[in-house]
Write a protein that binds this ligand. Structure first.
Ligand SMILES: Cc1cc2nc3c(=O)[nH]c(=O)nc-3n(C[C@H](O)[C@H](O)[C@H](O)COP(=O)(O)O)c2cc1C
Length: 327
């Protein structure tokens, strides 16, 4: 019987894989509850009052939880079971975002034969400069197929279009650093204390682009006495646009799963990635990110891809802090 087979080491392994997912400012806004009667792992959101200006609708929170759900799926398959996902399974419970039942035995894994499970542990955001080596078209096509398999789309804009997307991102960045409330929310995300399990350590932040072409988030923006270093970045950043046809909470969860599937597949191909979400915090800029030639749709994330150094790891809360076994 599956329930008795699912020993606590396996359960902890599944949750460790889930929490390795990216999350907005590394807030890790998730809790897991195991229901042994149905061999189901429930994924609950933890609302983030500290990001009420940056993420008022909870869209970023849903993307983060969706990414954790994707890792859970990959890890459940690795453990030999078939994951059966229900998004928003009980609508009167707003914080219960997904229920993942372990059915068995597993079918062939997502990723078309690529080892996405080992990529879970190797994936980090890399905000460091990339080389000028282009990402091969065949890999980009594979990443777009991965997004489609998760009911999302991944557009691969031209250099001119990327220039336009980065200009909107720079405008989002400019607005954010001129608002004291938003600046404070960013500063709180940066942490130097190794005993804290949340937030972004300073070594994971990386320099700013000396040429100003690539407006990565300036986490130290105008923090008294702090100046972020600058460095030369790749001359032609490769940015992909992840989006969904609709823009409801379930679509945000799908976008999060698509985001993580794309990031893990990119990692399996030896690519690095960083995320640019500043323009998405402003409804006019988010609207402007759409490419009208591709028809209707809602942009959920800009993903920068390339070759370069691995990003520094970020901390995670211990499994015991996020897993409730009692049901
Ligand atoms: C919804 C969302 C938005 C994000 N936006 C940004 C961003 O604008 N800039 C950035 O550098 N990282 C961004 N990130 C990446 C997180 O900061 C990162 O995932 C987190 O610090 C954990 O680090 P890791 O990705 O290396 O595991 C975002 C992540 C998510 C899920």
């Amino acid at each position: 019987m599956l329930t008795s087979e699912l020993d606590s080491a396996t359960l902890e392994g599944l949750v460790s894989a889930a929490v390795a997912a990216p999350s907005l400012h590394n807030t890790q806004p998730w809790r897991f509850r195991f229901r042994p009667d149905t061999t189901t792992l429930e994924v609950h959101a933890v609302p983030q009052p500290a990001l009420r200006i940056t993420d008022p609708s909870g869209r970023g929170l849903h993307l983060s939880v969706g990414a954790a759900v994707f890792n859970l799926r990959v890890a459940i398959r690795q453990a030999g079971h078939e994951p059966v996902v229900r998004l928003l399974p009980r609508t009167p419970e707003p914080d219960l975002l997904a229920a993942v039942r372990l059915a068995g035995p597993s079918r062939p894994p997502e990723g078309g034969g690529r080892d996405l499970y080992s990529a879970i542990w190797r994936r980090h955001s890399s905000r460091l400069p990339f080389t000028d080596a282009p990402v091969p078209a065949a890999i980009l096509t594979e990443l777009a197929e991965a997004a489609r398999a998760e009911e999302a789309f991944l557009e691969l804009p031209s250099e001119q279009e990327i220039h336009r997307l980065l200009a909107a991102t720079a405008e989002g960045e400019r607005r954010a650093v001129s608002e004291p409330g938003r600046r404070r929310e960013r500063w709180q995300a940066v942490q130097d204390d190794p005993s804290r399990h949340y937030g972004i350590p300073t070594e994971a932040i990386g320099p700013l682009d000396a040429e100003g072409r690539l407006p990565q988030r300036d986490f130290a923006a105008l923090r008294p006495g702090e100046h972020q270093r600058t460095a030369a970045f790749e001359a032609r950043p490769r940015v992909a646009v992840l989006g969904t046809a609709r823009d409801e909470p379930a679509d945000w969860l799908r976008a999060g799963q698509a985001l993580e599937r794309v990031l893990l597949l990119a990692t399996a191909h030896g690519l690095r990635a960083s995320l640019l979400s500043q323009a998405l915090e402003w409804s006019d800029l988010r609207w402007a990110l759409r490419d009208p030639r591709h028809g209707p749709g809602h942009v959920q994330m800009l993903i920068r891809l390339g070759y370069g150094p691995e990003g520094a790891p970020t901390p995670r809360a211990p499994v015991a802090e996020v897993l409730d076994r009692d049901g």
